[in-house]
Design a protein around this ligand. Structure first.
Ligand code: NI
Length: 178
C-alpha cells in the first residue's frame, strides 16, 4: 500500500479542472484507486479526490460502508469509486451542514449543498453508475466532485461566523487526524 501526501489548500494543483479518464480497468487506474483508498483510510477521510494527491484526473472515492470517526454522527455512505462524474441537482432545495477537508486540516465550516441530486459516472471497470441520493450522501458527492473543478469547501462558505478550528468548535470530537 502507498499512503500519498495530501496537498493542502494554497497548492495550485488543487485549483485545476481535472481531466477525464479515457481508459478504464488499466493497471495505472487501479494503482491510483489503491493509493486513494490507502491514503483516505490512513487519514480517516470521508472521501478523497485524485487532485488531492496531485493527480489531474476526474476520479473520486468516498464512503466506507461503516461509521467514520471524523463524522461519528453521519449516516453511512456506501463505498464508492466515481470517475468522470456528472451531477444533476434535483430541485432547488439546499441544506446546511458542517464540512471538513483533508486538504484544509484542522478546520470546519457550514456549507450549503443541494439536498437531493442525481449523480452519474463510471466505476474502475468503466461500468455506469447512476444514483439518486440526498442528505449526507449528496453532500459528500458534491464536496468530492468540487475537487475536480478546483473548488475547496471554504470557497462555498457563506457565513464565516460558522467557520473555524475543529478543536474549538467541537472540543469533544476526536480529530487527531484532522
Ligand atoms: Ni475535501
Amino acid at each position: 500500500m502507498t499512503i500519498q501526501t495530501i496537498l493542502k489548500m494554497g497548492d495550485p494543483r488543487l485549483l485545476r479542472v481535472a481531466q477525464p479518464v479515457t481508459r478504464f480497468n488499466t493497471p495505472q487506474l487501479h494503482a491510483l484507486l489503491q493509493d486513494l483508498n490507502d491514503t483516505m483510510i490512513h487519514a480517516n477521510g470521508a472521501g478523497l479526490a485524485a487532485p488531492q494527491i496531485g493527480v489531474d484526473l476526474q476520479v473520486v472515492i468516498f464512503g466506507s460502508g461503516e461509521a467514520n470517526p471524523r463524522y461519528p454522527d453521519a449516516p453511512v455512505v456506501p463505498r464508492t469509486v466515481l470517475i468522470n462524474p456528472t451531477l444533476t441537482p434535483l430541485g432547488d432545495e439546499e441544506e446546511e451542514g458542517w464540512e471538513g477537508c483533508l486538504s484544509v486540516p484542522g478546520l470546519r465550516g457550514v456549507v450549503p449543498r443541494f439536498k437531493r441530486l442525481r449523480y452519474q459516472g463510471f466505476d474502475a471497470l468503466g461500468q455506469t453508475i447512476d444514483r439518486t441520493v440526498e442528505g449526507f450522501h449528496a453532500r459528500v458527492v458534491q464536496h468530492e466532485c468540487d475537487h475536480l473543478i478546483g473548488v475547496l469547501y471554504p470557497m462555498r462558505v457563506r457565513d464565516f461566523s460558522r467557520f473555524g478550528f475543529t478543536e474549538v468548535l467541537f472540543p469533544g470530537l476526536d480529530a487527531a487526524d484532522d
